[in-house]
Design a protein around this ligand. Structure first.
Ligand code: PHE
Length: 339
């Protein structure tokens, strides 16, 4: 039995030395030291030994077991190291390899112009205000002097959600919302998305953007409105730009006007951009109607104000000479990267 144990130790150690990886080691461990392995098989003969030989053989068997275990562990460590080195070699980064080209992001043309308009008004002490796109009929129409059945509703094809909830058709509801929450002096710019159920074509989109302006204080006049809009026009289109106020009607301003800027391409002589007019319409405006002030909780006997609503797309299209409004919403990077 002693010879058997010695021989087993020798072959086991040789085989371990000849192994190639950790899988080989595991099979060898099972073959020699496992429950059904060679060592167990040899130990089964213990019963036939004499009482004084038994402990000696037991001790030898233990020595053989730990010798084999030690050898297996030693080789396992070696293979682990080798595997690690191999992995590290695979993960090596070639720092001299050329990188991938990164394309630079661009501001969307709508954002370019909106940011310019914001800068111009922030420079005049305006605050930026925002409000909900899903709006109550009350703020979008009722409080702006447009009761149910008023013909002005027909011109703003409205997406209704329920009878009293809709997608705002203009940013003017922000006038009421802001006046309800703030006392004069008020000077705000409220940009945002508006919605009208128009079919999309080169000049219409069911979603577009407006920029609302509202100023309320003691002694505000139409002269203040004009100066303010002149500053906007010159800031956007250049110092030589002139503006023109044409009488108009909005239910929530009185008097009301539409505002044109002198064509920045031809300077006013007439060209294809202004369709020979020399002028381009960019916004609606007027003095805030006394009832609208009242609806916002402000006394029209003490305060007056002006308001205006700029169509952002209108300015962007003419400014960048874009001939189809849909290009602004398609997010085609070939288009966007030109700005
Ligand atoms: N809300 C108006 C529109 O959508 C524009 C406007 C705003 C007119 C403020 C006057 C004052 O046409």
């Amino acid at each position: 039995m002693k010879a058997q144990l010695e021989a087993m130790r020798k072959t086991a150690e040789e085989k371990i030395a000849a192994s190639k990886n950790r899988d080989d080691l595991e099979s060898l461990r099972i073959a020699y030291l496992g429950k059904k392995g060679e060592l167990t098989a040899i130990l089964k003969q213990m019963g036939s030994l004499s009482a004084d030989e038994r402990p000696k053989m037991g001790q030898l068997a233990n020595e053989v077991r730990s010798a084999i275990e030690k050898k297996i562990t030693e080789f396992a460590e070696k293979y682990k190291e080798a595997e690690k080195r191999e992995r590290l070699a695979l993960e090596t980064i070639d720092v001299t390899m050329p990188g991938k080209d990164m394309t630079e992001g661009h501001k969307h043309p709508l954002s370019i112009v909106l940011d310019e308009v914001k800068d111009i008004f922030i420079g005049m002490g305006f605050q930026i205000a925002t409000g909900p796109e899903v709006e109550l009929d009350y703020y979008n129409f009722e409080a702006l002097n447009i009761p149910k059945g008023h013909p002005a509703r027909d011109t703003q094809d409205t997406f209704y959600i329920t009878e009293n909830v809709l997608l705002r058709t203009q940013t003017s509801p922000m006038q009421i919302r802001y006046m309800e929450q703030h006392k004069p002096p008020i000077r705000i710019l409220a940009p945002g998305r508006v919605f009208r159920s128009d079919a999309a074509d080169a000049t219409h989109s069911p979603l577009f953007h407006q920029i609302e302006g509202l100023v309320v204080d003691k002694g505000i006049t139409m002269g203040d409105l004009k100066a303010c809009l002149e500053t906007l026009a010159k800031g956007l289109f250049g110092e030589s730009t002139r503006i023109r106020l044409r009488p108009h009607h909005f239910p929530f301003t009185e008097p009301s006007c539409e505002v044109d800027v002198s064509c920045f391409r031809c300077g006013g002589t007439g060209c294809s951009m202004c369709k020979g007019e020399g002028w381009i319409e960019i916004l609606g405006a007027g003095m805030v109607h006394p009832q609208v002030l009242r609806n916002g909780g402000i006394d029209p006997e003490v305060y007056s104000g002006f308001a205006f609503g700029v169509g952002l797309e209108r300015i962007v299209l003419s400014r960048f000479r874009i001939d189809d409004i849909r290009l602004l919403y398609e997010n085609d990077v070939r288009f966007l990267s030109q700005f």
